[in-house]
Design a protein around this ligand. Structure first.
Ligand code: UT7
Length: 336
């Protein structure tokens, strides 16, 4: 029987980081009125002091392209060398085509395969895992991974469970081939039985039926069972993080930076208690000044940590994302 010939296997590494920080600073006081809340409550329950929202005219494609261009510049790679562009988002306002095809076009990535993934707040490490596989298999040399959200458009200002938490922004990694592994194995999963723990509703089909039968048009927005998601993240993500560290052949003592999804500072605190890192580990707390940007939060948080001097090129970072789905993913990466 004839064998299929495959491309030689190899490793991947992150070689570029770029971010787009949304320009509108929204302090807690601007949010609290319609939800009968307070600056104090939001700070105490989440750590958030302000969130960043994009202005009306700025789209997720604009933010993604800005972050991507910075990641390409950081790596010194031109867009025509990209083999794949992956965008992780839940806020692209078109059912099809994907945001990634627009991003690839704007970048000038003419030879790149381009597609979106939907893994919500786990989306960035999901996409990094995919990029690692695509490069390792020899399918592409350079893969751009972008987490981008404009959640201000999908959040109701009167929903007490979500109005204060979500925000906008983008972050990108460029990954390329490497002689030694720069990305550890991805530990991922999902608990679809908890589909409605975080969900954008109504669905388009429900909305169509509703309007056809004379009902009101209700713009779909995020709905979250906050306590349920909080408890799940705190009880399950420590094990997922430990598996990611072990799968990379490391121990918590080998990690220099912890960059969890910026869901809630109290979740980060609880994970830290379970992870037992040495005191020298630096911890990303970008949620305080940026809010929860779902798929964009990990690269944005890594960028802040590096700017503050808490992490540097060559350090090992543990990333973990978790949220709607209830999807989760974690891996160790060497910081570019
Ligand atoms: O990024 C995707 C993944 N998402 C997450 O990981 C989010 C996980 N969940 C959370 O971060 C938290 O559940 C929230 C920050 C969303 C909510 O915090 P919480 O500590 O779970 O609040 P709670 O729902 O348990 O409510 C506590 C109290 C209640 O009052 P009583 O019954 O103790 O008197 C609520 O009525 O806070 C009250 N409350 C509020 N007060 C002011 C609930 N929402 C608000 C509000 N402002 N917005």
């Amino acid at each position: 029987m004839k064998q299929i010939s495959a491309r030689p296997r190899r490793y991947s590494e992150v070689i570029g980081l770029g971010v787009h920080r949304a320009s509108r600073v929204v302090p807690n006081d601007e949010i609290v009125g319609p939800i009968d809340s307070s600056d104090e409550w939001i700070r105490e329950r989440t750590g958030i002091v302000q969130r960043l929202w994009a202005p009306d005219e700025v789209t997720i494609v604009d933010m993604a392209v800005d972050a991507a261009e910075q990641a390409l510049t950081h790596a010194g790679i031109t867009a025509d060398r990209l083999g794949t562009v992956i965008v992780s988002t839940i806020s692209h306002p078109y059912q099809t085509p994907s945001a990634a095809v627009l991003v690839a076009d704007r970048l000038g990535a003419r030879e790149a395969g381009a597609f979106d993934i939907s893994a919500a707040c786990a989306g960035f490490p999901y996409a990094v895992g995919l990029a690692d596989g695509i490069i390792s298999s020899g399918e592409s040399d350079y893969v751009l991974v972008i987490g981008v959200e404009k959640l201000s458009e999908w959040t109701s200002p009167t929903d007490r469970g979500t109005a204060f938490i979500f925000a906008d922004g983008a972050g990108a990694f460029l990954l390329g081939p490497a002689d030694a592994p720069g990305v550890g194995p991805t530990i991922w999963g999902a608990e679809g039985a908890e589909f409605d723990a975080i969900v954008v509703e109504p669905s388009w089909t429900d909305l169509r039926k509703q309007v056809a039968s004379g009902g009101e048009f209700v713009w779909p927005t995020l709905h979250m069972q906050g306590q349920k998601v909080f408890r799940w993240a705190v009880s399950e993500m420590v094990t997922v993080c430990h598996h990611a560290i072990e799968a990379a052949g490391l121990t918590p003592d080998d990690i220099q930076a912890f960059v969890p999804h910026q869901a809630n500072n109290r979740i980060t605190d609880a994970l830290l208690r379970g992870l037992k890192f040495p005191d020298t580990v630096s911890v990303a707390r970008d949620i305080i000044m940026t809010g929860n940007t779902s798929a964009a939060s990990i690269p944005l948080a890594l960028d802040s940590l590096m700017r503050e001097g808490g992490a540097k090129s060559g350090d090992l970072a543990l990333m973990v994302g978790f949220g709607a789905g209830l999807a989760y993913a974690a891996q160790v990466v060497r910081i570019p």
